[in-house]
Design a protein. Structure first.
Length: 595
């Protein structure tokens, strides 16, 4: 039995005997000082012993920094109203910036080596260390002199990172009262109920059209009320991104900086986004069909997550965990045991509470620690998919835990593979067992709604970002950004549904475009890739499971290109992405035959 509640962070840092940071900071300072003493030894006659010692210390330093920052962020994300948590999170970022500045000389030295020298030294390194060196050297053309790199790190603590922290704190404090048909929704005591964002968003899945509309109108009225403020935060983040990555580092475009970080080509990302834009008719066709299923001539944007044929079912938390574990077990016992690890170790924060950040995440701390998961469980079928999704991330991280802390985290373009695959595992299980009630038509409709949300919707967030980064550079206003977003929404949906004006503010509600610019294409990438992989699983059965585990076990220790080549995927090929949409077209056709 797994009760809904809060996580136990003592596996990261122990606060039972005072400050959780004191001892690890002392150890970190000792390691950093020892690392700095290696600097004079990094020259043309650097010994193997010095090089291996540098990697040993760098791994210890990185693990300590990860523990400090993730512990602080998890404390902050469970209660952004806490002054202590906010202060500790800011202090952790400043500490890591300082450590990065003091250890930066090693990366710069690696970048400066000749190819011949690099090749010779690499023969003494293990595969993880060699790939780490390769990644460092790929960024060499965009790496600046040490004083400039150090200045950027310091600037980020009170610039970019501070803006993101401010956005998260501001939006996590939003509360709402919802008026439906002129009357407030009331709590058990008869008073107008106060909703936090995660509770409000669930109303968008109501079977009552008036409730769905009120949830969106209420949500975006709050974001519009703070829209000028949120828009200015975003503009400053975008300007900061441009100044660092275009003006100083000379990337050829704002998104190229993210692509290099992900170790994926501009061509691959361009092919993905172009394919999503070319195939907007797939989901437009689905929404026209859904209108018929709901008995209306045309959907409104309020209606795309409306349940078809039944009220949204409430699943209690212990049953939800049982369903997810059983679903994973049908795929593979070992995979299921890795999911169970997270819950057995009490590494889950599942309760709904004011001040908690919206959304969900999985936090990999270090290879030796079982990952942590945060979500706000309210009992919907959507929440089951969230658990399966975040559990997939946790599986990925645990399978990759044999690698160095420097290379075990998968790049963004592969980071959503296991999470989306986990959702497919749950979907198949629910189809087979009719879990959550309903017939095949309802289950397939729910899955297509979710696929819209994680493929097409995410791709258009990035398409908006590409336009917004250019518009902000040209001095466009927040209102003009809203116009741009609304126009892209209307392009995306065509005449398949009506998009009311309040959705012009939706972009300010999307945290990813604030804290990790151009992140969202990873969802489209991961979903379409997972569809292809899941097709392989259905064709090959148990034989595929071994290949799948091997793919996840790479973590971030090899380039995505190499990892994907092993499963016959070329991400630069538009044909590959089009094949993903062929699967989606097939699902839409399946639904059409059931109506």
């Amino acid at each position: 039995m797994y009760p809904i509640g809060r996580w136990d962070l003592s596996d990261v840092l122990d606060d039972r005997n005072g400050s959780p940071y004191s001892q690890i900071r002392l150890t970190l300072e000792s390691d950093v000082s020892e690392f700095e003493n290696l600097r004079p030894k990094l020259n043309d006659s650097t010994t193997t012993e010095t090089l291996l010692n540098a990697f040993r210390l760098l791994e210890r330093i990185t693990e300590a920094c990860e523990k400090i920052t993730l512990y602080a962020y998890m404390r902050f994300s469970e209660d952004t109203r806490s002054e202590t948590a906010s202060s500790d999170f800011a202090a952790s970022q400043e500490l890591v910036a300082s450590v990065d500045n003091r250890t930066m000389f090693f990366k710069l030295w690696l970048s400066s080596l000749s190819e011949e020298r690099t090749e010779r030294l690499s023969t003494f390194l293990n595969p993880d260390q060699r790939y780490y060196v390769q990644k460092i050297r790929k960024r060499a053309p965009y790496t600046l002199q040490e004083p400039v790199e150090q200045a950027i790190n310091l600037k980020n603590t009170t610039g970019y990172s501070a803006w993101v922290r401010h956005y998260e704190r501001l939006t996590s404090e939003f509360t709402y009262r919802v008026r439906v048909r002129g009357r407030f929704i009331r709590d058990d005591s008869g008073k107008p109920k106060t909703f936090v964002t995660s509770e409000l968003v669930r109303l968008a899945y109501s079977s009552d059209p008036a409730v769905r509309k009120s949830s969106y109108v209420t949500l975006f009225a709050k974001y519009a009320e703070h829209g000028r403020h949120l828009g200015e935060i975003y503009k400053n983040i975008v300007k900061d991104w441009y100044n660092e990555n275009i003006v100083l580092r000379h990337y050829n475009s704002p998104i190229a900086a993210r692509n290099i970080e992900n170790d994926v080509s501009d061509q691959a990302v361009s092919s993905l986004l172009d394919s999503c834009r070319e195939n907007i008719h797939v989901f437009q066709r689905f929404f026209r069909m859904k209108a018929g299923m709901l008995g209306v001539k045309r959907l409104r944007r309020y209606d795309i997550y409306a349940p078809v044929g039944r009220e949204e079912q409430n699943v209690n938390y212990p049953d939800a965990i049982k369903i997810v574990l059983e679903a994973y077990k049908t795929f593979d016992d070992r995979i299921a045991s890795l999911v169970k690890n997270v819950f057995d170790n009490q590494h889950v924060h599942s309760e709904v509470k004011p001040g908690k950040i919206s959304g969900a995440y999985c936090a990999p701390v270090t290879p030796g620690i079982v990952p942590y998961i945060l979500f706000s469980y309210s009992g919907s079928i959507k929440d089951l998919y969230t658990i399966a999704h975040e559990s997939g991330h946790a599986v990925h991280d645990q399978l990759a835990s044999r690698h160095s802390v420097l290379t075990y985290s998968p790049p963004l373009v592969l980071a959503e593979t296991a999470s989306v695959f986990g959702e497919m595992i749950l979907y198949d299980f629910m189809v087979e067992n009719r879990t959550g009630g309903g017939n095949m038509k309802m289950i397939l409709e729910e899955k297509l709604s979710e696929m819209y949300s994680t493929i097409q919707r995410q791709a258009y967030f990035v398409i908006f970002e590409l336009a917004a980064h250019e518009s902000i550079r040209d001095g466009k206003t927040v209102d003009e950004l809203c116009d741009s977003y609304l126009n892209l929404l209307r392009e995306q949906f065509g005449d398949s549904l009506e998009v009311p004006d309040e959705f012009r503010w939706e972009w300010t509600y999307i945290p990813h475009i604030y804290h990790t610019p151009f992140y969202c294409y990873a969802y489209s990438f991961g979903n379409l890739l997972s569809l292809a992989l899941y097709n392989q699983y259905k064709e090959r059965g148990r034989e595929f499971v071994t290949s799948y585990i091997k793919l996840l076990s790479y973590g971030g220790s090899e380039s995505p290109q190499k990892v994907l080549k092993e499963v016959g995927v070329d991400p630069e090929s538009r044909e590959f992405w089009r094949n993903g949409f062929k699967v989606l077209k097939g699902l839409v056709s399946d639904l059409e035959h059931l109506i």
